[in-house]
Design a protein around this ligand. Structure first.
Ligand code: GLU
Length: 475
């Protein structure tokens, strides 16, 4: 049997981390089995399912590399088919029209509550003759669910789960306005799309029991079910806004890479020994939905940052330059030819100091920001009068230094410090402050190599002339 899976998000305005992981597990399982991975947009709530909400989901999936193997199916286009199935079940006597009014149903519920019984439809319309009518009432259509025995699901993640049929309701398939319910739509669509494995959050486990009744009534083979545990926050409660960003695309904005998100999300519930770093190829080779654990995984930002740092370092410099460009723009910095060249040359030392593209952009400012630099407050402390005078003397030395290599520059600066009768730090810190406007940067002689002599001398001139201070004072 060839595996067909689907990811079936309801468009709520964004793709959350839990949904992204569900999509990933479906995608991986399909790739692992050589099967197909389909998308179904469950846009039956017409008020919420705006084009923007749908686009936000698709955009998240595109970014993560989890687009469907075929164009998405839009559930709202399939109402006629859903109704057709309900009509057939009616004709076959497997479903019935329920003429109870909202008032009757409310009275029924109130009585059940008062008597401490579970609130359930009491099936009073189930045995009415087919030609029964109640003037002025638009009936709903309900499924005839068995009242005895039990329903068992061999869930690929949860194991054997069972429920007494007496606990099931004769669920509504068509509302009184003729629109299909979620339960009907999901089952008909999964069947028509040829879904063999339903992999989704375990908040849908109770739905699965009811959906199984519908498959049976339709006389078709149900898919296998795999209900994966939800993602929890670090405090052990269901992941929510309280824990930080829950929308996948917010992580893109925070400078995470899709490779890192995939690596991180797959580890929330599935593991390959104690391997932390996994390539997508490795995940595909080894992933089996049966190996997903039953206990909820906890979201851990530090691990995600750690993985992102790893995946950033795997990228070639030119790709990192391309990736960091929009983040530089947010800092108000445009890349010109010079900036681009410096970033390419200096990237190796920048990327090892960054965990996200946001941090990489911050680090990259030293090569991109226009002169005169605007040093931060800490750097300004190293640019007092005495230090600037010393930098002026160093400038004269550097103007004639040859060759312009990190090793030679270091020798020259150490010799200069000795002549000045000060420790090397007394030279290096003001130099760093003058050349980068910060107190933390890649090794300063490496920065000097990347900047080149002309720029180094010009930045020293700015510092010596007190341009920095002036730049800081002006708005
Ligand atoms: N549309 C449902 C949701 O977003 C998923 C339904 C399913 O996977 O069966 O929670």
């Amino acid at each position: 049997m060839s595996v067909v899976v689907r990811f079936a998000p309801s468009p709520t305005g964004f793709l959350h981390l839990g949904g992204a992981r569900t999509a990933l597990f479906n995608w991986l399982y399909a790739r692992h089995c050589g099967g197909r991975y389909l998308l179904r947009i469950e846009d039956t709530d017409r008020a919420r399912s705006t084009p923007a909400a749908i686009e936000a989901i698709l955009e998240g999936l595109r970014w993560l590399g989890l687009e469907g193997d075929e164009p998405p199916v839009f559930q709202s286009t399939r109402f006629a088919r859903h109704r057709e199935v309900a009509e057939r079940l009616l004709a076959e006597g497997k479903a019935y029209r329920c003429w109870c009014t909202p008032e009757e149903l409310e009275a029924m519920r109130a009585r059940a509550r008062a008597e401490g019984r579970p609130v359930r439809y009491d099936r009073r319309c189930r045995e009415r003759p087919a030609d029964f009518r109640r003037p002025g009432v638009q009936p709903v259509v309900r499924l005839k669910v068995p009242t005895e025995g039990e329903t068992v699901i061999e869930d690929l993640v949860q194991g054997t789960v069972r429920i007494a049929n007496a606990q099931l309701d004769d669920m509504v398939l068509l509302r009184s306005d003729g629109t299909p319910t979620y339960m009907l739509s999901v089952v008909v669509d999964d069947h028509d799309m040829g879904i063999t494995h339903v992999i989704r959050g375990d908040d849908h486990l109770t739905n699965a029991f009811r959906q199984l009744q519908l498959y049976r009534a339709m006389g078709v083979e149900p898919p296998a079910f795999a209900h994966i545990p939800l993602i929890h926050g670090p405090d052990g409660t269901k992941l929510s806004k309280r824990h930080g960003a829950v929308s996948l695309l917010e992580y893109r904005e925070m400078g995470f890479l899709p490779e890192a998100m995939r690596n991180y999300l797959v580890r929330l519930g599935w593991s390959l020994g104690d391997r932390e770093i996994l390539t997508t190829e490795e995940m595909i080779r080894h992933f089996d939905i049966r190996d997903v654990g039953r206990s909820p995984a906890r979201f851990d930002m530090d691990r995600l940052l750690h993985l992102n740092a790893h995946w950033l370092r795997q990228k070639p410099a030119d790709e990192l330059v391309r990736l960091v460009e929009p983040f530089l723009r947010r800092l108000g910095l445009e890349l010109d030819e010079t900036g681009r060249r410096r970033l390419l040359e200096g990237m190796a030392e920048l990327v090892v100091r960054a965990r996200t593209l946001v941090e990489l952009a911050q680090g990259a400012r030293i090569y991109v920001a226009p002169r005169p630099l605007q040093p931060d407050a800490k750097a300004m402390k190293f640019l007092g009068e005495e230090q600037r005078a010393r930098l002026a003397r160093l400038r004269a030395v550097l103007a004639a230094t040859e060759p312009w290599t990190p090793e030679h520059l270091e020798e020259v600066c150490r010799a200069f410090a000795a002549r000045e009768g000060v420790g090397f730090g007394k030279i290096a810190q003001p130099l760093r402050a003058a050349l980068t406007g910060t107190t933390v940067s890649p090794p300063i002689f490496e920065v000097m190599r990347v900047l080149g002599r002309e720029e180094v001398l010009a930045r020293l001139d700015d510092a010596v002339a007190g341009q920095h201070a002036a730049a800081q004072q002006s708005p």
